[in-house]
Design a protein around this ligand. Sequence first.
Ligand code: EPS
Length: 377
Amino acid sequence: LTWRTAGESHGPTLIGILEGIPAGLSLDIERVNEDLARRQLGYGRGGRMRIETDRVGILSGWKGGVTIGSPIAFEVKNKDSVIEKLPTPTNPRPGHADLAGCQKWGHRDPRAVLERASARETAARVAAAGIVRQVLEAFGIEVFGYLTGLGGIDCRPDGWEAAGERRSEIRQASDFLSLDPEADEAMRQAVDAAKEAKDSLGGTFEVRAEGLPPGLGSCASAQERLTGRLGGALFSIPAIKGVEFGIGFDVAARRGSDVHDPIVPSGAPGNAFARTTNRSGGLEGGMTTGEPLLIRAAMKPIPSIRIGMPTVDLHTGEATVATYQRSDVTSVPACSVVGEAMVALVLAEAFLDKFGGDSMGQVGAALDHYRGELQSL
Ligand code: EPS
């Protein structure tokens, strides 16, 4: 499975190409549009989200609503397609790609950099993931992202357990896409206070995947290790500064017996082994264990802030403050949707690496064969 995106934030459209989706998948486009709409949610977003209504258009790779095995090209159009009319910022923003990008490409116009560095591009990733997750779901794998903290306010730690089967409904009802709607009011106040102070807020989110067979990824080569592939995928999202699996950094202070997950017989079909804990977050040796995958990530506050951070004018070389045009106060809720998308893309790639066939039927047959093998191991 491979995918690419192209497109500028204020250009005419975002484009994606997805290769390696098996033939025979009935694509539910409204399901992709629901993910795109969810990425636009979250209290604290700026004016741009009132302009856009993201929807995916499929340009190739299907017939009669069913994939045919050829590359799937798709687009998500920008309504705010004003790239040629926007002013040229002169003062690079600390924390954004503006300055390093100008130095890299030799631009004197930060817009030539920021248009692609913008998190707008993540809409195309969510569209790609909205397609690949339908492959995963056909084989019983669910990937679910939700906000766990914003601006120093943490959601209840047992939010996932408390939500149970109602998790999608509860997440949708929260202004922050969390599983703890009771934290919404404090978070709204934090966003309002940051806005008043002309500042921005970061936060954390968690992505869980359930229904994974053991043995996705590999310990055989550096490149195949799933921990690295998942970590790299999450760090590829703009503004992500930390990623943890399972108990994360807590592993460093504990003894081994308090870190590793005891193995017990499960008696369950598809995996004769289970763990009494899941401190590893579902990964050992760069492979899935068959336990739920648990990943958390930290997003820094958005660098477009009204407060005007110290910077240097690119043309005069004089000290000044960063250019501000428009932005969100926070977009951590949206980032949880993007994190979910990146995890889905990596898991689908690892799943198809292991069970890949040209059609959904062939993939299903390979998975069934593997499950049969696991019965006797
Ligand atoms: C972004 C700046 C803002 C955000 C944008 C990411 O856009 P604008 O400059 O048009 O106000 O709204 O996010 C999106 C457009 C999106 O779809 O998520 C940035 O500088 O990264």
